[in-house]
Design a protein. Structure first.
Lengths: 196, 543
């Protein structure tokens, strides 16, 4: 073999691994989702409070990282990072697609909103939140809601905000709905008890 | 190459460490061990008594002469004992009045020419007194090497990866935690966990795995790293159990003898660990300036191991009564709160608590468990610094906590512990069974906000391995927000341990040791089973 420098290369490799993990989280719409490492077994099952169960299996996601012979000579750290960035974007896309696919399968009909061609507006937001179980912090602030859809563009969201501001009826409906959600949350929390 | 490694091991193995391997090799030759001094102070003259397949009672006296010869002066010291072994009734249960049919002087070195002459004279004297000729024979280095090769090495896995793992174990400094992740594939491949074996093939492979365990421990045995040795022999025992159950073969006929020898070795090692305690003022080891990260976790582990040793000896009889006082003097009333470094510490806490309840039962012990559960729930629901799952050890915690100054990878990278727990269900079960209804009511709201994780093996034998492989389901349980106390009592009363191998359930001490060493095996099912076996009502005090 030709002379190599594996010990130091391992340090670079460690850097790229850490960089990729962090960057994927930054760019993925699901980057804020808590991740867990499964140390053994391949199947997953969840048993909910209502005794309903879902089972799922693992899926391997992989992306391709290519480097051509004639690129090596002029490779710099920056270019190497750029190559990893391309791979990161690919991986984040695959993860997102996978997450959306799984959620579409797992989310029950009762939590699905069919807009039937209506445009995304304040009324849809109210109907959508109505279907969700919303939790609150002790000070009464609702937990953050993470959204993942091409519908939720900053422009669209700004338009929805404007619609609420200009339509007191919609705003009243929204506030009432959130107040109801808070009451439901309080009731749920008050219900957490061992009885008898 | 491997032959040279075995030679190297034999030429430096102490008497006790080669005795374990020697007994395993006797089993591999269809002997049945009826007496073994491994776990007791050496009984001069009859270290091992075994019955051969043709019914002969054979006595073995072992001497450690690594890399040397047994000299006449050493022989003079044991001559009387050998004569006693050859002529006296054994006085051991079941063989009280029997005299051995054959005797062997065993050494891992050579026998000096002058000693051979002495032995001939002793045999001649015995013959004149009516004993058969050549009553005392010898087993020396050459025979032991030949046995180790034929019974052990010939069945070891031959893949390069396995060879490399074996070398890694031999290259260990010997003062570290035993690397179970390296030993696991070696055991799995030797016991052919992916194939189906006949009974005779399995028995041969169990002997082979035992020889491998003894040799793989070489560096650790030399450093007297008792915990590493306990870890390896525990793995050998649980993998032997798993192999029998996986192949549908009767454990009592195919694996029990070998596991019993391993069990004796473990008990002996716990005794040696106990012997070290009075020699130390505190439970510190190695560089004291880094002890801030390890002292409390190590102390809790030692309390747990000594608690298990106490319960083991209480059930089966003390080999050394002085150990009882040492352990009882060592254990604190309660462990300091900072001892709970992660969910992996909980099996240690439970073993310690079950032991303490036996010597000084008090409602305060159950209250302490309630306080620990409250703290864990509060930690899991808090904003940061969540306690890691039992898959992470204290070294991982230290590397995570001090990552910046140590300049190492973060072992927790990619994992999250918020609102999830592998152990809270077990602690809640403990409190429910202790009938601490008010405490349970207080903790219930937080308990129901947590996702409770379990790993359920597809087949029970997989439980006994370091990793189940793909054959397990990661399950998440969310408890209903409202529950009736009696329903919870009913739910937590179950203790069948259906996902634990039968032979492991039949040996609760070994199971408790296994989950103490490998806290990720402290599954809800295992802890329910162990609680049923080891917990005592607060009004009961033993000892």
């Amino acid at each position: 073999m030709l002379p190599d420098f594996p010990e130091t290369k391992r340090l670079f490799s460690r850097f790229f691994r850490t960089y990729m993990r962090r960057k994927v989280r930054e760019v993925s719409p699901y980057g804020a989702v808590q991740t867990r490492y499964l140390h053994e077994g391949r199947a997953m099952k969840i048993t909910r409070a209502d005794q309903s169960e879902s089972t799922s299996s693992m899926e391997e996601l992989s992306v391709h990282l290519e480097i051509k012979f004639d690129e090596i000579e002029s490779l710099t750290l920056q270019k190497s990072i750029e190559k990893h960035d391309a791979m990161i974007a690919d991986m984040a896309q695959k993860q997102t697609h996978f997450a959306r696919e799984r959620m579409s399968i797992e989310i029950p009909e009762s939590q699905t909103l069919k807009a039937k061609g209506r445009k995304f507006d304040a009324q849809i937001v109210i109907e959508m939140l109505e279907k969700m179980q919303i939790d609150f912090y002790p000070d009464g602030t609702p937990h953050e809601i993470f959204v993942d859809s091409p519908l939720f563009t900053p422009e669209r969201m700004a338009a929805v905000d404007k619609e609420f501001e200009s339509n007191p009826e919609l705003k009243r409906k929204f506030d009432e709905m959130m107040e109801r959600k808070k009451e439901e949350w309080r009731a749920r929390e008050a219900d957490r008890k061992l009885v008898g | 190459m491997l032959e040279r490694l075995i030679e190297n091991w034999l030429d430096s193995a102490g008497e006790r460490s080669y005795q374990r391997c020697f007994c395993q090799m006797l089993i591999g030759q269809e002997y049945r061990i009826v007496h073994n001094t491994e776990h007791t102070p050496l009984e001069h003259g009859k270290d091992v008594i075994a019955v051969s397949s043709d019914g002969k009672i054979v006595g073995f006296q072992l001497k450690g002469n690594p890399g040397k010869s047994l000299k006449p002066s050493q022989f003079a010291e044991i001559r009387g004992q050998l004569e006693q072994l050859a002529t006296y009734a054994l006085g051991i249960p079941g063989y009280e009045t029997k005299v051995p049919d054959e005797c062997y002087l065993v050494t891992n070195g050579e026998i000096d020419e002058a000693v051979s002459v002495e032995l001939q004279r002793l045999n001649a004297a015995l013959e004149r007194r009516g004993h058969p000729p050549e009553k005392i024979k010898t087993i020396t280095r050459g025979t032991l090497l030949s046995w180790a090769n034929s019974l052990g090495l010939s069945l070891w896995p031959s893949e390069i990866k396995d060879f490399s793992n074996f070398i890694k174990l031999l290259n260990c400094a010997g003062d570290e935690i035993f690397p179970a992740e390296i030993f696991d594939p070696l055991l799995r491949h030797t016991l052919r966990m992916d194939d189906t074996l006949t009974a005779s093939e399995l028995r041969r492979r169990i002997t082979s795995a035992a020889v491998m365990t003894a040799v793989a421990l070489h560096s650790f045995s030399r450093r007297k790293n008792h915990f590493a040795e306990i870890t390896a022999w525990t793995l050998f025992a649980t993998y032997s159990i798993a192999a029998c159950e996986k192949n549908g073969l009767d454990f009592t006929k195919n694996g029990a003898e070998a596991v019993l020898i391993a069990r004796n070795a473990i008990r002996g090692l716990l005794g040696q660990l106990c012997d070290e305690i009075p020699e130390r003022r505190i439970l510190s080891e190695g560089d004291p300036f880094s002890e801030f990260a390890f002292y409390r976790p190590r102390a809790l582990l030692i309390y747990a191991l000594m608690g298990i040793y106490w319960m083991w000896s209480y059930a089966e009889g003390w080999n050394e009564l002085k150990h009882k006082a040492v352990i009882e003097g060592l254990s604190p009333e309660n462990v300091p709160p900072q001892s709970i470094w992660g969910e992996g510490a909980i099996p240690h806490l439970l073993a310690f608590t079950w032991y303490r309840k036996r010597i000084a039962a008090s409602p305060a012990r159950d209250e302490f468990v309630a306080a620990v559960l409250r703290d864990i729930l509060s930690n899991k629901l808090g904003p940061a610094g969540h306690l890691p799952s039992p898959y992470y050890g204290i070294e991982d915690v230290a590397r995570h906590t001090y990552q910046q100054i140590l300049g190492c990878d973060d072992p927790f990278e990619g994992d999250g512990f918020e609102r999830t727990s592998y152990i809270c269900e077990s602690l809640m079960m403990y409190l429910v069974r202790a009938n601490l209804k008010e405490r349970c009511k207080e903790l219930w709201p937080s308990f129901t906000r947590i996702n409770h994780e379990r790993v359920v093996p597809d087949e029970a034998w997989r439980f006994a391995l370091y990793r189940t492989g793909e054959g397990a389901t990661n399950t998440t349980h969310i408890y209903p927000s409202t529950m009736q106390w009696k329903d919870l009592q009913e739910l937590f009363a179950e203790h069948a341990g259906v996902d634990i191998p039968e032979a492991l359930k039949a040996d609760p001490i070994l199971l408790l040791l296994f989950v103490t060493i490998f806290p990720f095996r402290a599954s809800f099912s295992a802890v329910k089973f162990l609680h049923e076996r080891f917990d005592v009502p607060t009004a009961t005090t033993l000892g």
